[in-house]
Design a binder for this molecule. Structure first.
Ligand SMILES: [Zn+2]
Length: 363
């Protein structure tokens, strides 16, 4: 293991990234950092970079990459100077331990302070950070910093979801970008058909995907979950992939859409079963990812739009309360239904490789 790691260090090339790069971040002029993690000490900070050298220019994104043998270790970072506001870096780790991690910050200048947190590593090991860089991801960057996150439970019980196979989903037209640690939820309506049966809802979902893929030229249906008036939950874009439902604010954002038009002149009405289904998704997300229930918003909270409609928007308050309440009894699968494989059916290794080669293929 040590020999392999040493070889990996020798072979490691500097971070290669197509397109516009920001500034390399160095710590006491070193761009590489290495530290040991010892098993059996419980949750604690195992690495603190101290303040980095000052990178040039304003930045809103930090990305690091290296070797992470145990996925129990994660990273947080803050902009140096002033009170430290720690941001969770979203980690993408391949089975062989190669990883990159990325965090978004309010735009500004300043050095970086980086910490690694061990949540309970199984074995002693070494973590290596090959490099870190900061850059500005452009004017589209979300200015909302991720809120604090509660505990995450990978075994959280999930509601039953009708999988993509049930509505004969087309494959994504481009690889979807990973977005593995969502921290907020946005409610939409389709401004479309108010369906009256599961089969009609599956067909409407298939239509929406076609509209988004071939009409709007996006990679897949924009939303992660589709909820019909009967309370059926249908899988959209796989969870833990970047959505395309809230312009400039898709990062970390789970999109849930209600089938129908909850706005004048059509004025479809939300149903109790439908709201219960949205609440079940929300409770799962809160438990699984530590998402704050207060992060649930309507599309109109982000931009000028009627979405999710004047009749659905007022339901957000009770949904936030429901997101934070005790889980209801798990819904039973209907007979003949194909369960979706949550959290994701994506081949991450392949999609990460592809999106690195084609970073614009995110919608
Ligand atoms: Zn919307």
């Amino acid at each position: 293991m040590r020999a392999e790691l040493a070889l990996a260090l020798l072979l490691a090339a500097p971070a290669a990234r197509a397109g516009d790069l920001g500034s390399e971040v160095t710590f006491a002029r070193q761009h590489r950092a290495q530290f040991s993690v010892y098993a059996g000490f419980g949750r604690r900070v195992v690495f603190d970079s101290g303040a980095s050298d000052l990178p040039g220019g304003d930045w809103d994104t930090l990305i690091i990459q290296g070797e992470l043998p145990d996925q129990a270790v994660h990273f947080i970072a803050a902009r140096d100077g002033g009170p430290l506001a720690w941001v969770d870096l979203q980690v993408r780790r391949f089975p062989d331990g190669r990883f990159w991690a990325r965090g978004r910050f309010p735009k500004g200048a300043g050095g970086v302070r980086l910490r690694a947190v061990d949540d309970g590593a199984a074995t002693d090991h070494e973590v290596t950070i090959y490099g870190a860089e900061v850059f500005s991801d452009g004017p589209d960057a979300s200015t909302t910093p991720p809120p604090s996150r509660g505990p995450m439970d990978p075994g959280a019980a999930r509601p039953f979801v009708h999988g993509r196979a049930e509505w004969r989903a087309a494959a994504p037209t481009n690889p979807l970008s990973p977005d593995p640690l969502p921290w907020r939820v946005t409610l939409h309506h389709t401004d479309g058909r108010y369906t009256a049966s599961l089969s009609e809802s599956l067909e409407e979902t298939r239509f929406i995907q076609d509209f988004h893929q071939n009409g709007r030229k996006w990679s897949d249906i924009a939303y992660h979950f589709v909820v019909d008036p009967l309370g059926n939950i249908i899988e959209g874009r796989p969870l833990e992939t970047l959505g395309a439902h809230t312009l400039n604010n898709n990062e970390g954002n789970v999109g849930i859409v209600l089938l129908g038009t909850y706005h004048a002149p059509k004025n479809d009405k939300t149903t109790a079963a439908q709201l219960a289904a949205v609440a079940a998704i929300g409770r799962f997300l809160v438990k699984r990812f530590g998402i704050e229930p207060s992060s649930l918003k309507g599309h109109r909270d982000y931009k000028q739009t009627d979405c999710p409609g004047d009749l659905a928007y007022p339901k957000l308050a009770e949904l936030r309360t429901a997101f934070g309440s005790a889980p209801a009894v798990a819904r039973k699968p209907r007979r003949g239904a194909t369960p979706a494989s949550l959290p994701s059916t994506v081949d991450w290794d392949q999609s990460a490789k592809n999106s690195a080669a084609n970073p614009s293929a995110t919608r």
